[in-house]
Design a protein around this ligand. Structure first.
Ligand code: ATP
Length: 314
């Protein structure tokens, strides 16, 4: 009997394997789809990072020759500093990130890192030097160890533990049934958004890039998670040039430079304090977008009895 069943069992196993790979394959193809629009110039040299200074010079960008997403963006993200992008939905924040990672090239204008136009350097060297912490990172259907090690396949287990500690996820991992050998992902232990983001931070710590692009989670997080993520982010962004699409107050307050993006333009820029000073009275002449956003945020925090303690930061 068992001999009869064996082929069926065998087939079942393969069927599942094919299914698994198919799903992962689809994800991979989705990722690569976005990258096909840009090609390396023949003999493109590698990007050489000296300090990690990023300059956007009058960048415009149009998706499919139709909608203008960026309308002349200029700014500098100084080496080792953090720049926060804020602004209404659809204003162009994610587009700035995509261009910086070179999913697309600007329609006009240029983006350079330490004086090298990113259009002219090899994509692999650019991506090697730029770490991305997405809002919702994709986990492989594998162990948590594998998922972290993905940031640097040569990392030792000890390196992974260190990175997980810095990413504030180590304690959580050792509480799992099989610790670092626990299977995660769609067919394993499901992690929360906050946990997944910390895995992404851990990967990035292992990758150790001089430049970091961070897409902050929009979903509201509980106090502990929020604090852990902030600490993890502080650990990963320290001394690295960081560009972050910001949604939470804490990031915005501490950023070295805030850019308010509206209709594909930099509508306002400065530190939190500077932007708040610009606000209020000047609203009538179209200024004070940041001030308005801040007031709205404060009202929402009061309504939801938020855990964000503004007092601490003032
Ligand atoms: P959100 O805060 O909602 O994420 P955002 O500020 O990041 O918004 P973008 O995603 O950069 O905004 O979008 C800028 C503009 O470009 C929007 O008008 C959007 O509809 C358009 N857009 C974004 N992605 C594409 C795309 N792949 N194809 C065509 N248009 C796009």
């Amino acid at each position: 009997i068992s001999q009869l069943y064996a082929p069926l069992h065998w087939f079942g196993t393969y069927y599942r394997m094919i299914q698994t790979n198919f799903i992962d394959m689809e994800k991979m193809l989705d990722l690569f789809k976005e990258q096909q629009t840009v090609k390396d110039i023949p003999g493109a040299p590698d990007l050489i990072i000296k300090e990690g200074n990023i300059v956007f010079d009058n960048v415009t960008f149009t998706y499919d020759n139709r909608q203008t997403a960026l309308n002349g963006i200029s700014f500098t993200a100084p080496a080792g500093k953090s720049v926060a992008l804020v602004g209404p939905s659809g204003s162009g924040k994610s587009t700035i990130m995509r261009l910086l990672f070179r999913f697309y090239d600007p329609t006009t204008g240029s983006i350079s890192i330490d004086g090298q136009n990113i259009r002219n350097v090899s994509q692999s060297s650019l991506r090697h030097n730029v770490g991305v912490v997405p809002q919702d990172c994709v986990l492989f259907n594998d162990t948590i160890m594998y998922n972290l090690q993905y940031g640097d396949i040569n990392a030792s287990k000890e390196d992974v533990y260190e990175a997980a500690k810095a990413a504030q996820i180590h304690e959580k991992i050792i509480s799992f049934p099989d610790g670092y050998e626990t299977k995660v992902g769609e067919r394993g232990l499901r992690l929360s958004t906050g946990e997944k983001q910390r895995v992404a931070i851990g990967r990035t710590i292992l990758k150790n890039p001089p430049i970091i692009l961070l897409d902050e989670a929009t979903s509201s997080l509980d106090t502990l998670t929020e604090r852990q993520i902030q600490q993890a982010l502080a650990n990963v962004t320290k001394d690295r040039t960081t560009v972050v699409v910001a949604h939470r107050l804490s990031t915005i307050i501490n950023a070295d430079l805030i850019l308010v993006i509206k209709d594909g333009r930099v509508a306002e820029s400065g530190t939190h304090e500077e932007l708040l000073k610009q606000g209020g009275e000047s609203n009538s002449n179209g200024q004070g977008i940041y001030w308005e956003m801040w007031q709205k945020q404060l009202r929402e925090d009061n309504d939801t009895d938020s855990t964000t303690t503004l007092g601490e930061n003032k």
